[in-house]
Ligand binder design. Structure first.
Ligand code: HEM
Length: 422
């Protein structure tokens, strides 16, 4: 009985309508590009409460850009986008990031997620937030044991549904979290500490996002909680970008023949990144709801309030992609390859990802540098590495931000080894 109830929330990436007998709300879950297109057509949608709820566990402020309403997000987006570094700087930022991750030259096994998250966080604090970070904060970030992942998505769905029907479920959820999902709690603790340290050990660069945020706070345009929420946004985004980077480096280790192809043809790096984001989208699913639905009264039982897009299902839908499980970057050479709501790792519409251009730029530049003769980095997977049947990394199951299940990699860097020998 209990299992059959839970099964309704086993989101498998096919088209389903979910409901429980006592629920007023239905949840539609789709991996069909035509249905996604139809839903998004009118433009009368916004980020759903379910998605915001899940994101707000990382974000201390419900008013941070990711969790807030459309008006506030729009106001912050325009300022943020003016502060994103110029594209000419991307190669240099990427080079520093790779050097930070693969600092030692000896052949060694790395856990990609735990080495990438601090490096990406430092890089984003400095370049995207625009903070000069002092050594104490740098040391602290390097020492943090980042644990990617939170509770499974379908469990989130059940808890959300219960919370929606029974407001008193809130405190119960907190207790469940504390007992079973300590890492969520841990992530929040890290965030609080980082925010405090940011105050103490970082100064804003001129014209940066950080400088603007301080100005907005001082002039009372955003609250202290909102300000803190924006710092946390950078942390969460670092998680997401690290997840994409670790999938990308693992795919390169699994398909070393692409090193030469990327050296010979720059567009191959872009196709490679797209193929990684198709097979391993860091946000496996996210949801929308009709605007103003919460203000409307008298909803009928049949009314669908949440529309979840299974990005994972969409990207592996065999009606849309030829041999969807194969790793084939060349498929993105076709002019219409990303059209028609079949490829959406960064979402769609007014609330789509503000970090899209920066993230793609960074992934492409990191890949190009890792493949370059100058970097001379050799990546291999350990022999007992867990792969799927086509020999690619396995993705995590149904987490908010998915890192590969097995993120170990061997890294060897000839140049640095030679330098050490000299
Ligand atoms: C590969 C890396 C990344 C992926 C796959 C990704 C994906 C996403 C997705 C799927 C959304 C929700 C879109 C929707 O609801 O339609 C989102 C929102 C957002 N992302 Fe990213 N993201 C990435 C990196 C970043 C970075 C580096 C930043 C930098 C700050 C960032 C900032 C944001 C913000 C601020 C939002 C909320 C926008 C709004 O609500 O208006 N993301 N991202």
């Amino acid at each position: 009985m209990f299992q059959s109830l839970l099964d309704r929330f086993q989101w498998k990436g096919t088209d389903h309508l979910y409901s429980l007998p006592w629920l007023r709300n239905l949840l539609e879950y789709s991996a069909d590009p035509d249905r996604v297109k139809e839903y998004l057509k009118g433009g009368n949608f916004t980020r759903s409460q379910l998605t915001r709820d899940m994101l707000s566990r990382f974000h201390l402020s419900h008013d941070s850009i990711v969790v807030s309403d459309d008006g506030h997000a729009q106001f912050l987006r325009s300022i943020f986008l003016q502060c994103v570094p110029a594209q000419e700087r991307y190669p240099d930022i990427a080079k520093k990031l790779v050097d930070e991750v693969f600092m030692t030259g000896n052949s060694r096994e790395l856990r990609l997620s735990s080495s990438l998250i601090p490096a990406v966080y430092l890089s984003m604090s400095s370049n995207l937030l625009g903070a000069n970070v002092l050594e104490s904060l740098r040391e602290h970030i390097r020492e943090i044991d980042f644990q990617p992942g939170t509770r499974p998505m379908h469990l989130d769905g059940v808890m959300y549904a219960l919370g929606m029907q029974f407001p008193s479920f809130g405190p119960m959820r907190k207790i469940i979290d504390l007992i079973f999902f300590k890492s969520d709690h841990y992530t929040r603790k890290i965030t609080v500490k980082l925010e405090k340290m940011m105050f103490e050990f970082a100064t804003p660069k001129e014209g940066s996002w950080y400088a603007h945020l301080i100005e907005l706070k001082q002039s009372g345009k955003i609250s202290r909680a909102q300000f803190r929420g924006e710092l946390t946004s950078i942390l969460v985004s670092s998680y997401v970008l690290s997840a994409a980077m670790s999938s990308m480096l693992l795919c390169l280790a699994a398909r070393p023949e692409y090193v030469d192809k990327i050296r010979d043809d720059e567009t191959m790096a872009k196709h490679f990144v797209n193929e990684v984001l198709r097979l391993f989208p860091p946000f496996r699913q996210f949801g929308y709801e009709e605007k103003g639905i919460w203000e409307k009264s008298g909803r009928s039982k049949e009314e669908v309030t949440d529309f979840m897009v299974s990005v994972f299902g969409l990207h592996r839908n065999e009606n849309v992609w030829e041999d969807p499980d194969d790793f084939r970057p060349q498929r993105f050479a076709a002019a219409n390859s990303t059209k028609g709501c079949k490829f959406m790792p960064f979402g769609l519409g007014k609330r789509s990802c503000t970090g899209r251009v920066y993230s793609i730029g960074m992934l492409v530049e990191v890949l190009k540098y890792v493949c370059s003769e100058e970097c001379n980095l050799h990546l291999t997977l350990p022999e007992d590495y867990v792969k799927d049947y086509v020999g690619l990394p396995l993705g995590t199951n149904g987490r908010l931000v998915s890192f590969p299940v097995d993120d170990r990699i061997y890294a060897r860097r000839e140049l640095i080894e030679k330098a050490i020998a000299v």
